[in-house]
Design a protein around this ligand. Structure first.
Ligand code: NAP
Length: 237
C-alpha cells in the first residue's frame, strides 16, 4: 500500500523514555524548546502535520471535554469523510473509539508549529455512530481504518490518497509509536535527547517495540542536548 513517509519526532530522556516527570524537569527545558523549534522547521519544509495517540491529544489539546452525544442521530455510513483537503497541515488523532471531544475543527495553539492544523480523527468501526454525526456537524474530518485496532498501514494509505503531503511527523506517545514501528511505518527517527534519566513508570520510545535497523544520518550537540536523526535502512524521504 502506498503511504506517506513518517518521521518519528520525540523528546527522550538519556535512557530512552518519552513519558513521565522527566519532561517537566529543568534538565529537559532546553530539549523541549529545541523539539518545538525542529517541529516548526519541519512545517516550513512541508510536513503535512503531526500524528498523535488519543492520550497525547487529550493531554495537549482537548483536556478531557466530551460532547453530549444524545444530541446526535447515528450515521448509517462508515465512509471516511474529509472536510478540508487543501489546508496542507493536519492534526491526525489515533482515537479508535472516538473518545476525543473537540470544540473546533482546527487546533488553536500559541505555537505556530501546531496552530491552525485541521483535525483528522482516525477511528475503528467500533466507534459510536453518533460520534460520527458530531464530527460531521463540527466539520472534523475522519477515517475509519480497522475493526478493533487501527490498521496503521490502511490509515496511512487513506491519508496518502486523500491529502497531498509526502511526509508527516509521528509525535507520540509511546503506545502509538510502538504500533507504527510494528507496522513497519517508521521511516526516520528525529530524537532530542535530554540529559536526564526517567522514573521507572516512564514509557519507552516504542511500547512493545520490535527489531528494526536504522542508519545514523546526523548527530549534533546543542546547549548540552543531543539531537540525532536516523533513517530506517533503505528509506529516505
Ligand atoms: N517525549 C515526547 O516527545 C512526547 C510527545 C508526545 C507525547 N508525550 C507523552 O506521551 C504520553 C502519552 O503516551 P501514551 O503512550 O500513554 O499514549 P498515546 O500513544 O498518546 O495514546 C495511546 C492511545 O491512542 C490510541 N491508539 C494509538 N495507536 C493506536 C492503534 N494503532 N490502534 C488503536 N488505538 C491506538 C489508543 O486509544 P484508546 O486508549 O482510546 O484505545 C491508545 O490507548 C503523554 O503523557 C505525553 O506527555 C511525549
Amino acid at each position: 500500500m502506498k503511504r506517506p513517509y513518517i518521521i518519528c519526532h520525540m523528546v527522550t530522556s538519556a535512557d530512552g523514555k518519552v513519558t513521565g516527570d522527566f519532561l517537566s524537569s529543568s534538565a529537559c527545558e532546553r530539549a523541549t524548546e529545541i523539539y518545538y523549534e525542529i517541529n516548526r522547521e519541519y512545517k516550513r519544509q512541508g510536513s503535512g502535520g503531526f500524528i498523535c495517540g488519543r492520550i497525547t491529544m487529550e493531554e495537549s489539546f482537548t483536556g478531557g471535554w466530551y460532547p453530549d452525544l444524545t444530541r446526535y442521530e447515528p450515521t448509517d455510513s462508515l465512509e471516511s469523510c474529509f472536510f478540508d483537503k487543501t489546508c496542507g497541515y493536519y492534526a491526525i488523532a489515533f482515537d479508535p473509539k472516538g473518545k476525543l471531544g473537540w470544540k473546533s475543527n482546527v487546533i488553536n495553539d500559541s505555537d505556530e508549529g501546531y496552530d491552525n492544523a485541521h483535525i483528522v480523527e482516525v477511528l475503528t468501526s467500533q466507534v459510536d455512530k453518533r460520534y460520527l454525526s458530531y464530527l460531521r456537524d463540527m466539520k472534523i474530518s475522519y477515517i475509519i481504518a480497522g475493526d478493533s485496532e487501527i490498521d496503521v498501514e490502511l490509515a496511512l494509505s487513506i491519508i496518502d490518497e486523500s491529502l497531498e503531503s509526502e511526509f508527516y511527523l509521528l509525535e507520540g506517545g509511546s503506545i502509538i509509536n510502538g504500533s507504527f514501528l510494528r507496522a513497519d511505518c517508521v521511516d526516520e527517527l528525529s530524537l532530542v535527547q535530554a540529559p536526564v534519566t526517567a522514573y521507572a513508570d516512564s514509557k519507552p520510545l516504542f511500547m512493545n517495540g520490535t527489531l528494526l535497523e536504522f542508519k545514523l544520518v546526523d548527530a549534533e550537540e546543542v546547549d548540552g542536548v543531543l539531537v540525532v536523526r536516523y533513517n530506517a535502512v533503505g528509506r529516505q524521504c
